[in-house]
Design a binder for this molecule. Sequence first.
Ligand SMILES: Nc1ncnc2c1ncn2[C@@H]1O[C@H](COP(=O)(O)OP(=O)(O)OP(=O)(O)O)[C@@H](O)[C@H]1O
Ligand SMILES: [Mg+2]
Length: 270
Amino acid sequence: MTEPLLELRRVAFGYPERLVLRDLDLRLEVGERLALIGANGSGKTTLLHLLVGLKRPTAGAVVAFGDVRETEAAFLPVRRRVGLLFQDADDQLFCPTVIEDVAFGPLNLGLSPAQARAVAEETLAMLGLDGYAGRITHRLSGGEKRLVSLATVLAMHPEVLLLDEPTSGLDEATEQRLIDHLADLPQTMLFVTHDQDLVTRLATRILRLKEGRLHEIANPSRMPIKGLHLVGRGHPCPELRRPVTTAQIRDERDTGEGAGPRAASVASGG
Ligand SMILES: Nc1ncnc2c1ncn2[C@@H]1O[C@H](COP(=O)(O)OP(=O)(O)OP(=O)(O)O)[C@@H](O)[C@H]1O
Ligand SMILES: [Mg+2]
């Protein structure tokens, strides 16, 4: 078996008032598109931040590209190879205009201003954002910010993508375009989502984070997953509107997680 690109070994992490991850193991293998699901507050974003060293575990080890990483210096090269799409676009975008934001990463990687601009424009075009280059970033809508944030990540051509709710806030047509686009990307990815469509179409493996640990979920292409929400209306697959049974989930201990009012209405077809 090849070495995983990213790995968490018996990792624990807590905030002063709350233990979030406990004794957690994760391996992200080359070529995987791993979906990470779980209830609000279960620690999904925290887990992504640990993988790129934005947070440090209180126990256990973070291993990236074969090396244990503990210091800021050790994580710098990791962040050049792993692109993180933040859950909140306002954490990602900080330049006055869209083109400056998208060209920032390539410039940092050593491209000339002309080269960085060319890469930025190409990436924007690829995401259907032609004409956005001169737009004022902070005046973009939520969905537009989401796509521009993704452009800032993709413009750096990272080897691994960590995407924190990539389709949140997108209208259905844009969501479908984005999923098509993600499906065409060659990168290994780990994405956090509550979007069943994204999981069904993209995931090669699903993990649910619950009570600080990861639980593997059965084949994503064959069944809906309790606790995930359908995004948009008129889903082409009527199967996804059927109630979800506990038997459809391999780890029965997971039933009930995230099944809030909205999940329940999805499961009942309403
Ligand atoms: N800076 C912080 N200080 C204290 N607690 C925090 C901090 N950041 C997050 N938490 C808590 O840690 C837990 C995990 O948060 P996290 O953002 O990782 O959850 P999540 O699974 O990504 O949730 P969501 O689906 O809502 O995005 C939550 O209970 C949250 O309130
Ligand atoms: Mg989150």
